[in-house]
Design a protein around this ligand. Structure first.
Ligand code: IMP
Ligand code: MG
Length: 184
């Protein structure tokens, strides 16, 4: 297990490990069990919001012991000017299923201001899923700007910028096996 800070070139901004790999694994196993109980005998569709949730989704789905299907979507509202949402319905793409036949569990990397998930859940609701819940790896409640509470939040993190385990800064650090604080 690699929970020590990497020292190689390009990792100078990594300040400290916040959630080590073994804690991620244990908590994901725990929540995988809860999800399996809740969705037994229900058609379950996991929808992961790319790119940040790709590693979490891969580990979480292997801890789910009931049948489930997987789709991916991207949230494109911050394309270009990073502070202005396009509010464009093209936010949702890549889902080529009729989700009205499924209980949908959205899988996200982190809830920060909450704006992404408010917008994405509103759009998914229009497609009439049997139910819609949100599972996020990380929750940063101090940063919330809109009223949003995830149904499953595995870890609460302080108001610092975090990377690793799928989360990036400028597309880097997604491959770190733990969650770390980065100095910007
Ligand atoms: P929102 O502010 O809740 O809409 O979050 C938007 C997106 O910003 C999240 O899905 C993440 O991809 C990204 N994000 C927010 N905080 C962090 C962080 O600390 N590290 C990496 N990405 C973050
Ligand atoms: Mg994200």
């Amino acid at each position: 297990m690699v929970d020590t800070l990497p020292v190689s070139f390009g990792y100078e901004n990594i300040k400290r490990v916040i959630i080590p790999e073994n804690e991620l694994k244990a908590r994901i196993a725990e929540v995988g069990k809860c999800i399996s109980l809740e969705y037994s005998e229900k058609p379950l569709l996991l929808i992961a919001i790319l790119k940040g949730s790709f590693i979490f989704l891969a580990d979480l789905c292997r801890e789910i012991t009931v049948p489930c299907e997987v789709e991916f979507m991207r949230s494109s509202s911050y394309v270009g000017n990073s502070t202005v949402s396009t509010g464009n319905p093209k936010d949702i793409f890549g889902i080529d299923k009729d989700i009205s036949k499924y209980h949908v569990l959205l899988v996200e990397d982190i809830v920060d201001t909450g704006k992404t998930l408010v917008r994405v859940t509103e759009q998914l609701k229009k497609l009439n899923p049997l139910s819609l819940k949100v599972c996020t790896l990380l929750d940063k409640p101090e940063r919330r700007e809109v009223d949003f509470s995830p149904d499953f939040a595995l870890f609460t993190v302080p108001d610092v910028f975090v990377v690793g385990y799928g989360l990036d800064f400028d597309e880097k650090y997604r491959n770190l096996p733990y969650i770390a604080e980065v100095s910007l």
